[in-house]
Ligand binder design. Structure first.
Ligand SMILES: [Zn+2]
Length: 125
């Protein structure tokens, strides 16, 4: 039974969930079932609202500050600290697409080329 059961006379309960994202705050309208689920497993609901493939993907996207770090490993064994060009504070689909890519110093494309490639990929599907 939902914890959001409507008392007598209540026809509709409007619920919103405001969460941070790459462009600041985003508000999602959720139904009572989702609110109930959110109280039990918030990451599961947030992952679905943001169209993540999994809770892991959602938490990694957030932990990265919505940015894609260059995949090159430097001589000291550490991962390059630069970002893939044009991949700071980006949406999840673009973040997913550029995983494993490189910054311009390690053979990656410029932000303009990356944007063109991403647009071409998703306008044809
Ligand atoms: Zn790099």
């Amino acid at each position: 039974m939902s914890s959001f059961s409507k008392p007598l006379g209540v026809v509709r309960c409007q619920l919103y969930l405001e969460t941070t994202g790459p462009d600041g705050c985003k508000t999602f309208e959720i139904d009572e079932r989702e609110a109930d689920e959110f109280s039990k497993n918030p990451l599961k609901v947030l992952s679905r609202l943001w169209d993540a493939s999994s809770i892991d993907e959602y938490t990694q996207w957030r932990a990265s500050d919505y940015s894609v770090q260059c995949s090159a490993i430097q001589k000291n064994g550490k991962q390059c600290r630069y970002s893939v060009a044009g991949c700071n504070h980006i949406g999840l689909a673009k973040w997913r697409y550029f995983q494993g890519d490189y910054c311009v110093h390690h053979g990656g494309e410029t932000a303009e080329v990356n944007d063109q490639n991403f647009q071409a990929k998703f306008s044809n599907t």
